[in-house]
Design a protein around this ligand. Sequence first.
Ligand SMILES: N[C@@H](CCC(=O)N[C@@H](CS)C(=O)NCC(=O)O)C(=O)O
Length: 234
Amino acid sequence: MIDLHYFPTPNTWKVSIMLEECALPYQVQIVDITQNDQFAPSFLTISPNNRVPAIIDHDAPEGSRSVFESGAILLYLAEKTRLFLAAEGPARTQAMEWLFWQVGGLGPMAGQGHHFRRYAPDGNEYAVERYTKECARLYRVLDRQLAGREWIAGDYSIADMACWGWVWFHRLHGQNLDDFANVKRWFLAMSARPAVQRAKQVGLAAVSPATKEMLQGDFYMQADDFAKDETRVQ
Ligand SMILES: N[C@@H](CCC(=O)N[C@@H](CS)C(=O)NCC(=O)O)C(=O)O
C-alpha cells in the first residue's frame, strides 16, 4: 500500500495519475495546504521542503520508504513498476529530458505566472508580463516537441504525466491553447484517459467540504468549466 500525501494541485495530480495508470493500491492522506498542514512536523519528516506531493511506500524492499518531490516520485514509481519509462537507452533519456524540463521550467515558471495573475496584489504588471511571456515560450517549446508526436517522449510516459496538470491551468498562465495546436491535441487526448479523469477526482472528493467549496468557487471551477468547453470543441 502507498500513502499519497496530497492536495489537489498540478504537482500532486502527476502522482495520482501515475498511481491510477499503474493500478497501484494507494490511499490518500490530505495535506490541506490552505490550512498550513504542510508545515506539520509529522509531514516534514517525509517532505522536508514542506510541499506536496510526498508518498510512503509500505511495500518497499526495505519495508517502508518515503519519497518527496513529484519528479522523484514519478521516477521511483516508474522504476518500481517498470511502467511508463523505458528501462534504458534513448527513450529513457528523452523522457528524462522532458521530465526535468517540466520540474525545472514549466512548473516553476507557470507557478509564478499563476501566482502573479491570481494572488498578488495589483501593481505587479512587470511580473505578470514576464511570466506570461516565459510561459508562452515554454508552451511553444512543448508545441514544437509534440509536432508529429502523439506523446511528449515516445510512448506515453511520466513526462506526459508531469506536464498535464500544469497545462490544465493554461488560462492562469495567460495562454490560449488555440495558439498551440499540438499541445491542445495532446492535452485533450490525455484528458480523455480514464486514469487521468479518476486521478483528478481523487483530491476533490477527499478534501473537506469547506475546502471543496473554496476550491469550486475559485480557479478549480474555472478549470472544470474549461474542460467542458474543450470537450465540446472536440
Ligand atoms: N518541486 C516540488 C514543488 C511542489 C509544490 O510546489 N507543491 C505545492 C502545491 S502544487 C505546495 O505544496 N505548496 C504549499 C505551499 O506553498 O506552502 C515538486 O515538484 O514536488
